[in-house]
Design a protein around this ligand. Structure first.
Ligand SMILES: Cc1cc2nc3c(=O)[nH]c(=O)nc-3n(C[C@H](O)[C@H](O)[C@H](O)COP(=O)(O)OP(=O)(O)OC[C@H]3O[C@@H](n4cnc5c(N)ncnc54)[C@H](O)[C@@H]3O)c2cc1C
Length: 365
């Protein structure tokens, strides 16, 4: 390819696409509106999930051609809180996730991807809105299929990885508190009941304070974000542009985790731009896991306090990563169930997703 490929958005998917193309000798220019990569995040913790397939997430990234030069903290232990006030400890031998920081700080996922892309020869336009007519759209969410409210702060809380599953407090969602090396992230993510999100956040915060005591909260940064979910038919849109990451709707529907899929979509799109589109890999590694996650989300939203308590108990009894992999593996029965749910939940009146969406959920009106 002789011309310059222009990429809108310098978050995980845009930076990874830039890096993978630049490594293969393609001239690339990244257009990011903020001064730092992944600019919509404020340095908080996110996970790179390691529980949707047997392959280790860092091994997958290495195979893609991305170095793990960002800080990672393997997660092998967590505390789950259920709606009845019980506390469960879960553990796994292999990490069920890797904690990474998002936003521009040194050692963050975005910072590392940006450095690798620059080193490979990618050019970065001055911060600002991407121009019209880019080749790759990596601008993150476009509409509110879900919303997350998150707070990043410094704290004296000892290392903690805690998740609260209480369908009465955080309907269709969950709350989390991660504190690692004195750096903490607290948030609530919900797909439905968005109007009640602020109330859910306050209640979840009170619950964590009850369990973990009066830890210090300093240098607080408060934010709210959309989340996009839709199942893409292809990563190349009808408008001739490529869509990656959340701009393509690529996100696990169960928990709203998108970093690993964003990286995967970057690899597939980079190959596609070079004329080596791999339809089979697209189906197996992107579409099938996403489809399978629809049935799991359906179950998640219908579970009551008792079911969550039972699930937490089960998680605490065995190896948590193995349980996650078993649960989320896109086996045919799960995908079959998802197809039925997708028919019921289907948005029939058109949607505003990127023009590659083949399925998305009916929106609340
Ligand atoms: C609060 C919250 C917590 C999350 N936690 C997790 C987690 O723990 N694990 C996980 O796997 N996923 C998590 N996710 C989802 C994950 O953040 C996304 O799936 C992932 O960031 C998608 O990457 P992306 O490159 O598509 O988008 P982004 O990382 O959002 O990058 C998009 C970039 O495009 C830029 N941009 C947007 N519009 C323009 C424009 N017009 N011109 C130029 N630049 C533009 C933005 O500034 C941004 O830097 C979370 C999401 C939220 C909201």
């Amino acid at each position: 390819m002789t011309r310059t490929v222009h990429i809108a958005g310098g978050g995980v998917s845009g930076l990874a696409t830039a890096l993978l193309l630049a490594r293969r000798g393609v001239a690339v220019e990244v257009h990011e509106r903020k001064a730092t990569g992944g600019g919509r995040f404020a340095g908080g913790w996110q996970v790179l999930e390691n529980g949707t397939c047997r392959q280790d997430a860092l091994a997958e990234i290495a195979a893609l051609g991305v170095e793990s030069s960002f800080d990672t903290i393997p997660a092998r232990h967590a505390i789950f809180l259920d709606g009845t006030g019980r506390v469960f400890e879960v553990a796994s031998r292999e990490p069920f996730a890797y904690f990474v920081r998002r936003g521009g700080g040194a050692g963050s996922l975005d910072d590392a991807l940006g450095r690798q892309a620059r080193a490979a020869g990618a050019v970065f336009a001055p911060p600002g809105e991407a121009p019209e007519g880019v080749d790759v759209v990596a601008t993150g969410p476009r509409q509110a299929d879900g919303v997350a409210k998150e707070v990043v702060f410094s704290s004296n809380l000892k290392d903690t990885v805690a998740v609260l599953f209480d369908p009465l407090l955080t309907p269709t969602g969950y709350a989390y508190l991660f504190c690692l090396d004195g750096h903490a992230t607290f948030g609530v993510a919900q797909v439905r009941g968005i109007a009640g999100l602020a109330r859910a956040r306050d209640a979840a915060w009170a619950r964590f304070r009850e369990v973990f005591g009066a830890f210090r909260v300093e240098r607080l940064h408060d934010g709210g974000q959309f989340m996009n979910f839709c199942i893409p038919a292809h990563l190349s849109g009808r408008d001739g542009r490529w869509y990656v990451g959340e701009a393509a709707g690529v996100q696990d529907y169960l928990f709203g985790l998108g970093n690993r899929l964003a990286l995967r979509s970057a690899g597939l799109a980079a190959d596609g731009l070079l004329g080596r589109w791999d339809q089979r890999a697209f189906l197996e590694r992107l579409r099938q896991p996403m489809i399978a996650s629809v049935a799991l989300r359906f179950a998640f939203e219908r579970a009551g306090r008792r079911s969550f308590a039972a699930l937490c108990r089960r998680a605490a009894q065995g190896d948590f990563r193995q349980l996650l992999v078993r649960l989320q593996a896109p086996r045919p029965a799960l995908r079959g169930l998802s197809r039925v749910i997708m028919a019921i939940w289907r948005e029939r009146r058109g949607c505003r997703h990127a023009p590659v969406c083949s399925w998305c959920r009916r929106r609340q009106r």
